[in-house]
Design a protein around this ligand. Sequence first.
Ligand SMILES: [Zn+2]
Ligand SMILES: [Zn+2]
Length: 167
Amino acid sequence: MDQDFTLNDVQVAMTPEERFEEYLQSKGMRNTQQRRNLMEIVYSRHEHFDADTLIDQLPRKGNTGYVSRPTVYRTLAEFVDAGLLRKFELDGRAVYEHDYGYPQHDHLHCTVCDELYEFQSDELLQLRRNVAQQHRFRVTSHRLIISGICESCSRTPRRKRRKQDLI
Ligand SMILES: [Zn+2]
Ligand SMILES: [Zn+2]
């Protein structure tokens, strides 16, 4: 497992498959083999991914497990709507990760290797409570991405850095 995924899963009542079945039923939709294929690959490991990296991992057209591009986009939106995946913007692209069964956390984004590192902070949640209270605001969620250069990139640059990366 990637070293940046240090957080433990949280206990949930249903499997992601069961939760998705329930969601589809509530919308009057039926599960399909393509949706099942995607669910299996998305839940095979925890990672940050975009639609293109997911499509790259899928079998090619004509092979078992193939899912068409429009179906990938539509199903990812359904996974988000069902509360299974969390979606956030990173440099203008949509990034997805597990939400159901995975704890609330924030990210450090290395602009050299493009890696996302996860962290949890009680101080940050306390700050969120305080700020919300001051503004009589009911919090539903937040996103924080800290941009910079990670430890290993600072020590041993793997590729030649652009000038702006060094500033
Ligand atoms: Zn890095
Ligand atoms: Zn994450």
